[in-house]
Design a protein around this ligand. Structure first.
Ligand code: MLT
Length: 315
């Protein structure tokens, strides 16, 4: 409690605002909400950070989220609790390999997921998040565009199937979602026949195929709120359960199985990098001003174009 009180005080003193992702620790989500910050997905984090008047944004999430905030607001100071909090999708899509991939397919419109480095975004025509990727690809497909998609192969494959777009896919995956298992999910469904199955499209096809609702974090939370169901099996990072429990008190949430048999795997689905955000390191960056995100201005200037396209489309 003392720690939280000190963080609240420092946020005020430093004219800083806390922007937290749904996958970080519940304490941080609560603090962001209580102090006038935001708890959301990466699309909303980007929008909120840019429009907020605070000169310092503290981004509790993974590195590309802090970088996106800096690209959108180069004049602001962006701090993160741990600069080593990265993302397997970002790590699996190096600038050199990605550039070669794009160069080999110059006829394609380059669409990248938010979960990429600033340099990769600088090479893209569009950036998308999971809440808007389907709509943007549909729009491009209707314009007759052929697409080069990176880096998540599952999300890309899902969007390709839904839209019928011509998409060349980079073969990346999220280390958390990639672990959800179709066969074990089928067994779990039998144990909870009334449960609604909520699946994030970064999950493998065999898992997505069993979903009652497929969507981004914000879309899955909305489904929990609007549904009459009492039980939900959730296939995404279990950091989201904090918000789901608040949104629908009294309802039951069950982690989708990630390995082996469902009875032996509880709470396995949590991103180790999201977990690097805590109250202690949040306090430390507020006290010291350390862990600032810097982006090469030349790269930032190029990268902002694909992010702005998405934000304009979403507006
Ligand atoms: C994001 O956009 O923040 C992540 O893809 C998770 C999600 O919201 O679906």
């Amino acid at each position: 409690q003392a720690l939280k009180a000190r963080i609240r005080q420092l946020l005020k003193e430093k004219n800083a605002v806390l922007v937290a992702h749904y996958y970080v620790d519940g304490d941080l989500q609560d603090l962001a909400e209580e102090t006038g910050g935001c708890v959301s997905d990466s699309l909303e984090m980007a929008r909120f950070g840019r429009s907020h008047e605070a000169q310092t944004l503290v981004v509790a999430g993974v590195r590309f989220m802090g970088e996106t905030a800096k690209i959108l607001s180069p004049e602001k100071r962006i701090l993160m609790p741990d600069l080593d909090a990265t993302c397997s999708l970002d790590l699996g899509c190096s600038t050199d390999e990605f550039t070669a991939f794009c160069d080999a397919h110059p006829d394609r419109t380059v669409v990248v997921y938010a979960n990429t480095s600033a340099a990769v975004k600088a090479r893209a025509d569009w950036m998308v998040t999971s809440s808007i990727g389907l709509d943007i690809v549909k729009h491009l497909h209707e314009q007759g565009k052929k697409i080069l998609w990176a880096p998540d192969k599952h999300l890309g494959g899902y969007i390709q199937k839904q839209t019928g777009a011509d998409m060349l896919l980079w073969q990346g995956s999220c280390l958390v979602h990639d672990e959800f298992k179709g066969v074990e999910l089928e067994l779990l469904r039998k144990e909870y026949p009334k449960a609604l199955i909520l699946v994030h499209p970064e999950s493998p096809e065999a898992v997505v195929a069993q979903a009652d609702v497929i969507g981004s974090t914000s879309q899955l939370i909305a489904a929990v709120q609007s549904s009459d169901a009492k039980e939900f099996i959730v296939a995404t990072d279990n950091g989201i359960l904090h918000k789901m429990r608040m949104a629908a008190p009294g309802k039951i949430f069950i982690d989708a199985p990630t390995a082996g048999n469902s009875a032996t795997c509880k709470s396995c689905a949590h991103c180790p990098w999201m977990a690097m955000n805590g109250l202690q390191n949040l306090l430390q960056v507020l006290e010291t001003g350390s862990n600032e995100i810097h982006i090469d201005p030349a790269i930032g200037k190029k990268a902002v174009v694909c992010i702005d396209r998405m934000l304009d489309f979403a507006a």
